[in-house]
Design a protein. Structure first.
Length: 145
């Protein structure tokens, strides 16, 4: 139970003090994703130079899970090469599809493991994935430019 409480604190901290939540005007790709089931929205800008994620900035509205999850994702991606970043996204996607059977690899996901419990609630999985899928979409678009 203590671990669940710690994870709730991590999520609340990212929600109350989101990282990288201010759209930068310079970017190599911008995407806007909406979760139609609940109305959460994210606009995410990414800058990738020489296959390295140099910047992720975003703005959005929605529940604490979507906002905290996007904060966590944005922080994790900066400084990673594109292949590493996409492995992180796939690891988080795998965690979200586990229906509560996996805890996530803290070495890969860092604060993202705090969202493991969300995978038990199918209605909330799209909230948690919103920012991660926006990042993946932007990264793919950026690499095509």
């Amino acid at each position: 139970m203590e671990l669940d409480s710690l994870y709730q604190e991590v999520i609340l901290d990212h929600y109350k003090h989101p990282l990288n939540k201010e759209l930068k005007s310079q970017f190599t790709a911008q995407v806007h994703h909406v979760n139609p089931s609940c109305g959460d929205e994210i606009t995410l800008n990414v800058t990738i130079e020489n296959q390295i994620v140099t910047s992720v900035s975003w703005d959005g509205v929605g529940c604490s899970i979507s906002q905290a999850s996007t904060s966590i994702a944005s922080d994790l991606m900066i400084g990673k090469n594109l292949d590493q970043a996409l492995v992180i996204v796939e690891s988080f996607s795998d965690l979200m599809s586990s229906k509560g059977t996996k805890t996530g690899d803290e070495e890969i996901l860092e604060d993202g493991v705090a969202l493991a419990g969300v995978s038990k609630f199918p209605a909330r999985i799209k909230c948690a994935l919103l920012g991660w899928m926006a990042f993946k979409d932007a990264a793919i678009q950026s690499s095509k430019n």
